[in-house]
Design a protein around this ligand. Structure first.
Ligand code: FAD
Length: 489
């Protein structure tokens, strides 16, 4: 019998990976040392690209039903609006940030997993493992202290920032910890002067002050504070939160009925490789960064989407293992970008030098008024701008117009997304012809039988199960050659 893929950690990333593999018919086990999933709101937003990818495996509707659409971010300094970044022009069926507490995202993922017949093995901790050419021997420890060694075909470390999988591999987590403390408060509040569908970033002279709507009347407040020197700074009291609101926020806001008060430090760290033989790292186990831009969980879930279809095709024996060589370069590249952009946003928001603050406010006003900048900013924030232009998986590119290899193909609202269903299939975008029929017949295990309209005149576009262009060509023979190269020898 085929050994299962073992997923360590049932946070949002581990559950996303388990859902994707399970719907593709791969045998998975998912274990978590915790007795239950988090009840904390932690990551608050699902961005457009994550919703598009969730759509492929059971629909994003339950998430949208449980969430709340944020349509814009305001950047404010003093009583001046520096800029307003609206999401109405985001080219996605989901032109908004979906505000939804992480506890809810995890609840919905666990429900999706249960529908696929997978239950999370809780209070089961991975303590160590041995990685070999043909499998991974993993030691599991249960709550009663008993231990068991199990065999897995592949191991996915989705075990968070303090990952045992990463430690066992000996992978270094290079980067730094910022020299400041951050306050987080999920509170009820009255007096927020903006519409509840808009977030606000205040560039105050003392530092950053950010308000995210969670649901009408409920908000997340974030602010940076001088470093206390403690590794784990104490959580603020409601009175301390109110004092920051009074000092840095607009007048008249009153916080009450706190739901979660916490303090944290910002780390920007990443591993150099996401694949170590038969072991993968994904999510916080592979990268952690500033919460600016709300990208942490989204980036992690997209690691899982990227890995799942490749691993499924390899486990099914359709494709050779070289397909997996693209996981780390593709996702590590995205991790680097997110680390850089979240770091930049944090530095800009937390400037303390008054001269630098004046320059920032002046430049910010000009820059955020410029629509191409707004476009770049929203593409980055919503993660629809992510692509893999340098991926080793990219094949030939048709010259002229039309998306290039590595580019995301914008899904059309109401259409079945590429990569849906119970087999990871590539989609062919082309005119229907004998040549397309021949391709479909030859690669029936790899190509979706529904040919979609060409992305531009006179060409064939092959699109991966995660919705990125693999290659494009004038002739079907080039597409066939590309697909032949993926098949297991
Ligand atoms: C205070 C706070 C605020 C945050 N705010 C934001 C935000 O606004 N936006 C954003 O995008 N992100 C935010 N994050 C980060 C976000 O929560 C993470 O990026 C996200 O949870 C990562 O998911 P994950 O599945 O990779 O890891 P985790 O959610 O950490 O899940 C890892 C799981 O692995 C389990 N585990 C660990 N070790 C083992 C083991 N040895 N054996 C078995 N199981 C194990 C753990 O119990 C856990 O369930 C915030 C985090 C914190 C703490």
């Amino acid at each position: 019998m085929m050994k299962p893929v073992l997923i360590v950690g049932a946070g949002p990333v581990g559950m996303t990976l388990a859902c994707e593999l399970a719907r593709y018919g791969i045998s998975v086990r998912i274990v978590d040392k915790a007795a239950q999933r988090t009840d904390k709101s932690k990551a608050l937003v699902l961005w457009s690209r994550t919703l598009e990818l969730l759509d492929r495996g059971g629909g994003s509707a339950p998430f949208i039903e449980a969430g709340f659409k944020a349509l814009a971010v305001n950047i404010i300094a003093g009583d001046k609006l520096i800029g307003r970044v609206g999401m109405e022009n985001v080219e996605s069926p989901y032109p908004f940030g979906l505000m939804i507490p992480q506890s809810e995202t995890e609840r919905l993922l666990e429900e999706r997993l249960a529908k696929l017949g997978i239950s999370i093995e809780r209070q089961v901790e991975v303590t160590t493992f041995r990685n070999s050419d043909d499998g991974v021997e993993v030691v599991l420890r249960r709550a009663d202290g008993s231990e068991e060694t199990v065999s897995a075909s592949w191991l996915a470390g989705c075990d968070g920032a303090h990952s045992v999988v990463r430690h066992t591999l000996g992978a270094t987590f290079d980067g730094e910890t910022m020299n400041s403390d951050w306050m987080l408060a999920d509170v009820h509040m009255r007096g927020y002067p903006c519409p509840d569908t808009e977030a606000s970033v205040y560039w105050h002279k003392d530092g950053a002050f950010v308000i995210f709507p969670i649901s009408p009347g409920r908000y997340r407040i974030l602010a940076d504070l001088p470093a206390s020197g403690a590794d784990h700074p104490p959580a603020p009291t409601l009175a301390e939160v109110q004092a920051i609101i009074d000092r840095r926020g607009p007048p008249g806001m009153v916080a009450f009925d706190p739901i979660w008060l916490a303090s944290f430090k910002i780390n920007g760290r990443k591993v150099s490789s996401y694949r170590w033989g038969r072991v993968f790292l994904a999510g916080d186990a592979a990268h952690v960064h500033s919460p600016a831009g709300g990208q942490g969980m989204n980036t992690g879930m997209q690691d899982a989407f990227n890995l799942a279809w490749k691993l499924a095709l390899v486990v099914k024996g359709v494709c050779g293992e070289q397909l997996l060589d693209s996981y780390s370069p593709e996702r590590s590249g995205v991790g680097d970008e997110v680390l850089k952009s979240a770091g930049r946003l944090t530095v800009v928001a937390t400037m303390k030098n008054p001269v630098a603050q004046s320059v920032r406010n002046l430049v910010g006003h000009v820059v955020f008024g410029f629509s191409p900048v707004q476009h770049v900013f929203t593409e980055q924030m919503t993660e629809i701008g992510i692509g893999y232009p340098h991926s080793p998986l990219n094949g030939s590119a048709l010259s002229g117009t039309g998306p290039k290899p590595g580019a995301r193909v914008t899904p059309t609202a109401g259409e079945v997304p590429v990569g849906s269903g119970d087999t990871p299939l590539f989609a062919l975008f082309a005119e229907k012809s004998t040549a397309t029929a021949d391709l479909l017949a030859k690669f029936s295990g790899l190509l979706d039988p529904d040919v979609r309209p060409a992305l531009h005149e006179g060409g064939f576009w092959l699109v991966r199960p995660d919705g990125y262009v693999a290659c494009s060509a004038k002739d079907a023979a080039t597409i066939a050659q590309y697909l032949d190269g993926l098949l297991k020898a």
